[in-house]
Design a protein around this ligand. Structure first.
Ligand code: ADP
Ligand code: ADP
Length: 218
């Protein structure tokens, strides 16, 4: 479970996230809906401990990662499609992540199978299509078998088959009892993916409710 309380991030005199309170329960997919610039990525970075809140706090299963990035064993994230793999192959990228996080080598083969990249794992990831890059990002997020997963705009630029695949994967992860938090600027996408919805606009929470209630009221 993720709990934000008075969570705030200011950049100079710009308030990106403005004293937000919300809860992301486990065992269900929670959508994080808002237009571009609403504060979704900034919020996710603070949850991961990659950005420090200016005020307030956010806890993940009771823990705060405000000073240190969350361990891959606890939180996995697909933050954006921009590659962090340098010129490495998919396999070597994951091997390096596993090694630096003291995860067993066999997890690399497991996640490559899981995301359908086993056949191309020995090819340089910089030659990957957008969809393959997303799959590699998801493999990285799953590597530590974490109980909490965050996906920032995961369907952006994917073909219908890729969108369906990611959507089903997120539902499966939630059905296993994990906490799954996924952002999008598209209500249509959220309605097909999430059972719980947090809506953000200009850094403020506009709704935090179950999807059915939200759709009935809007
Ligand atoms: P979203 O993910 O919803 O598109 P962001 O969290 O990326 O929104 O951005 C929220 C606001 O904070 C935007 O106005 C953005 O320009 C601003 N912002 C984000 N990161 C920085 C930064 N490092 N420095 C200054 N402003 C930032
Ligand atoms: P570092 O030693 O720089 O912290 P890491 O191997 O911990 O390197 O992280 C590499 C990159 O992975 C970071 O730059 C960050 O963007 C991202 N990252 C860190 N922690 C996580 C996480 N729990 N889930 C997803 N991405 C993460």
């Amino acid at each position: 479970m993720i709990v934000a309380q008075g969570l705030t991030k200011r950049y100079g005199d710009k308030t990106a996230v403005d004293s937000v309170d919300f809860t992301v329960p486990s065992g269900t997919v929670t959508g994080f809906l808002g237009p571009n610039g609403a504060g979704k990525s900034t919020t996710m970075r603070m949850i991961l401990g990659l950005d420090r809140p200016t005020a307030g706090q956010v806890t993940v299963n009771g823990k705060q990662y405000a000073k240190l990035a969350a361990p891959l064993r606890e939180v996995g994230a697909l933050l954006d499609a921009k590659a962090m793999h340098g010129g490495r192959t998919a396999y070597n990228h994951l091997r390096w992540m596993a090694a630096s996080n003291r995860l067993p080598k066999r997890r690399v083969d497991e996640v490559l199978d899981l995301v359908g990249l086993a056949q191309v794992a020995k090819k340089p990831a910089k030659g990957f299509s957008l969809g393959m890059g997303q799959r590699l990002g998801i493999a990285s997020a799953l590597l530590g078998d974490p109980g909490v997963l965050m996906f920032d705009e995961p369907v952006n630029g994917l073909d219908p088959e890729g969108i369906l695949w990611i959507r089903n994967l997120m539902k499966q992860l939630a059905a296993e009892g994990r906490t799954v938090f996924v952002s999008s600027h598209l209500m249509s996408e959220m309605a097909l993916t999430a059972e719980h919805l947090v809506v953000i606009g200009r850094g403020r929470i506009l709704a935090d409710t179950d999807m059915r209630t939200f759709i009935d009221q809007n």
